[in-house]
Design a protein around this ligand. Sequence first.
Ligand SMILES: [Zn+2]
Length: 1062
Amino acid sequence: MPAAKQQPPRFKTIQKLNLEYAPVTITQYESTRTGMRLAVVDQKGPKVNGYFALATEIHDDSGAPHTLEHLCFMGSKAYHYKGLLDKLATRMYSTTNAWTAVETTTYTLDTAGWEAFAQMLPIYLDHLIVPTLSDAGCYTEVHHIDGTGNDAGVVYSEMQATQNSGPELMDLEMRRAIYPEGNGFRYETGGMMEQLRSLTADRIRDYHREMYQPKNMRLVITGEVDHDELLQIVDAFEDTIVDDVPEMQAPFKRPWTDSAQTPPIKESVVKTVRFPEEDESTGEVMIGYLGPHYDDHLAASALAVLTQYLCGSSISVLENTLVEREQLCSMVYCQTEDRTDSTITFYMSSVETERLAEVEQRFINLLREVAGKPIDMQYMCDCTTRLRRQLLSRCENAGDFFSTIVIEDHLYGSRSGDDLKQIETLDDFDMLLKWTEKEWRDFFSKWLADAKHVSVLGVPSKELSEKTSSEEKERVKAQRERLGEAGLKKKAEALKHALEENDKPIPESLLEKFHVPSAESIHFIQTTTARSGAARKMGKLDNPIQTLIDKDDTGSPLFIHFEHIQSNFVRLSLSLCTTSIPTDLKPLLTLYLMNFFTTPILRGTTRVEFKAVVLDLEKDTVSYQASSERGNADMLCIHFEAEVERYAAVIGWLRTMLFEAVHDPARLYASLTKILADIPDEKREADQMAASVLLMVQQAPGSAVRAQGVLSRWLYLRRIRKMLKEDEGAVTAKFTDLCKALHRPENFRLLVVADIEKLPKPVSAWQAFTQDLDLTKPLQPVDDRKAHLSAAGRNPGHTCFVVPMATTDSSFATLATKGPDAWDHPDLPAVRVAAAYLDAVEGPLWVSVRGTGLAYGTYWRWAVDTGLMTFSIYRSPDAYKAWTVCKQQVEAYASGEIPFDRFALEGAISEIVLGMASAEPNVAAAAEASFVNQVLWGVGKEWNREMLARVRAVTPGEIRAAMRKYMVPAFRPEESNMVVTCAQIMQEGLVGGFGGAGFEPEVRTLESFQDGYGLVGAGGEEGADGEDEEEEEDEDEGDGDDDDEDGDGDEMVDTPGSEEDA
Ligand SMILES: [Zn+2]
């Protein structure tokens, strides 16, 4: 709560930056008492995010920085209770988190609405500046030996799980080779296990005193922030801690900037690191360079452009040569890191183990070859402008983008604010556009081609994998013997005491002091909707944007939904209905999406190859993507983002990709190979396979989601690829039929998100798109997923499959029953709260299942579009036992036998509120939500806000009723469908257990659920598809599947996880 206002806050303003190119203001303040800095990034929207960054340099591998990250959550001077911060956060529409990297520990507070953030802030700061750091906390969180003689502790276990992984070992080796002794970038801030075993509480407390001073901290806050109130809150907080921290004038050596600087790499070296791995066939290569100094901002921008030029897209030279043509690795990418001197690291993955050294050498030679040839100045210019465009687009949806910049400024920038000031303009890019070929070539040579580097070859080792575990066993055995019976007993006692001290219950009176803000304190972003063509049938709108649309009306029936926002970009999406596609062609949809933007096209009579297509697409856009439609998984979505001036050009691209693509067998083959390469990994995941089997069982073949599921893809697309080799005409004919069925105006719903006032011809620009299309057919209704339910999906019950799998040593269960089946269903708010309550961290199922080791987790999902509720038990040593306990818990809550905990209930509601705010953090997301609500879900534009109010008003009685109606039946054999995937040895026990509970479990193989959609297998004999297709699978090993065609990190196809809701 704001402090009394007798005295103005003791803060001075360091700077206020108004960015020239985006509507963003960044204000920096500094406390005149402690030197703590605050940077506020003003941004409209429901989210307020805090990043509390500390520069943390250390010259050993003790892990003190990482242990502090954990210990700060264990209680503070004013709030002694472990878990209080998180308990409060879960009620206050917030989550807390933190990360420790080599250079910083940064704590985060992610909140909906300023009011809640303002309440959380001083409590959080108390935990960071004056944490309790008790011996008991260090004992349980950092490291201890338990009663059985094993080493344990939260941080210790975390490092145990990661320390010996390939990437960690390679990264550490790289830093050890680049940075000399005494340079902070050299050390493992997470803590090496052997050092963690001897790290003392006093050492951690010393490190805290040294580093966690207010003047070494910067609070970065993004969102709708009340600046005055913020300064008052922090000022009042400083009153309470000013005597606990070193004086402002006390000598302080600023981490990184005041330390010895990094010397240049003297000699190029190649290091080899072995890492434990059962499969020894492929390894990794890392090649690192030291880049420009932090304050050389122009060089940093040039580097970003150059790395984009070298490996920013599927058509850039490194990717094209090493992956596509020479097939030396599955992927090559580059990461630059801002440090006092930046680092430039190239990675090549899945390199044949015997060829690691050769491939490293090839990379170095290739860089020199490229640097020796003339630079493609046109492409360099394209890269510069594209990067600039992408930057501008990200600025509009600021958030984490600016937080990273300010955190880096805190670590390495000048305290005067001069470095941060650089972001006010994008002059760097204008200067780079004027660079001559020679300037680029010199830059390239200086930092990469002629620069000294450190290479690390990561070699997988089965022997090391065995040795590591046997050595660890030996060590623990010796430790046990050393301690003896009496010693172990003492250890058990000590742990018990520490746990008791840590886990003192939080008094309710303390929790009650905090008032949860109303949902009205969260400000969602407003957009304006307008409609043209068939979209007008959704209702007449009266607003200035609609007037603009009406003025440009052409009378065309093409369905266009407009969302007006403040932006310099236009986002254009085409949602496609798939109902009109013949069922036997629907499994081709995965291939359709993968191939959509990597295909040759016909311009008039001239064939343009796919590389030229991608090159041109990149010139015209910020990003492009083909995927499943987010608001309706049976539909597809083609999406473009571009500068608003490119509106007509993007409409042209949409027409070209839909109607002028050439179905090239070679490209289809390449796309198929990428898709099929992923399937073996997917098939290994037992939890995903439980969901996939359930999808096959509950959906009819006509469901596009089912047709794209892994169990359809697996069989169908392998057969298609085989067919492509034998009779490519037959495949291209099928593909052409699919496109013909799909590419009809009656399947089209368009969404245009832009500042509509900036579009000269919002509607008539589409005439170029619709010319010679048949627009007379009535619009297809939005795909109805319920129409594609199987009998088992329509009426769940008496369906239970147990699927043994060789790739798991655990068990997973997914069950489904009827749930609310409409977006405006009156039970939906109560169902959501019930699910959030049961699933909560430290909630009923967590405590009874995870806490007792019966399963790693459980979760509920509701899917209105299919009208099914699912419940999953994740990774259990005995899914039947876990199921029994879940059933008891759900029934006991539903009957009222166990009452709800008031605070936990508030927590469940708060989690839903935060989730809804997080789904619409910025204008683009808010506009998309408006389209989904109105067009795809058929609810009002304000649905989310209404749902929020309804969720807040749900009563305990309504929650119990929802549990009785939808959750208790999930455990009744006659009302639910269940799929259990498990280790082979568990099969018998699970069949016995579930059989005893009234289910009729049928044991079936995973293969038996696949569906070839009538496509005949190899040699023409249907069904005999087993062996020879398995063989074929091996042929294309090593083919990459990671090109990111649109260069913005988005996957081209729908994530497999989306099957879960089915
Ligand atoms: Zn950790």
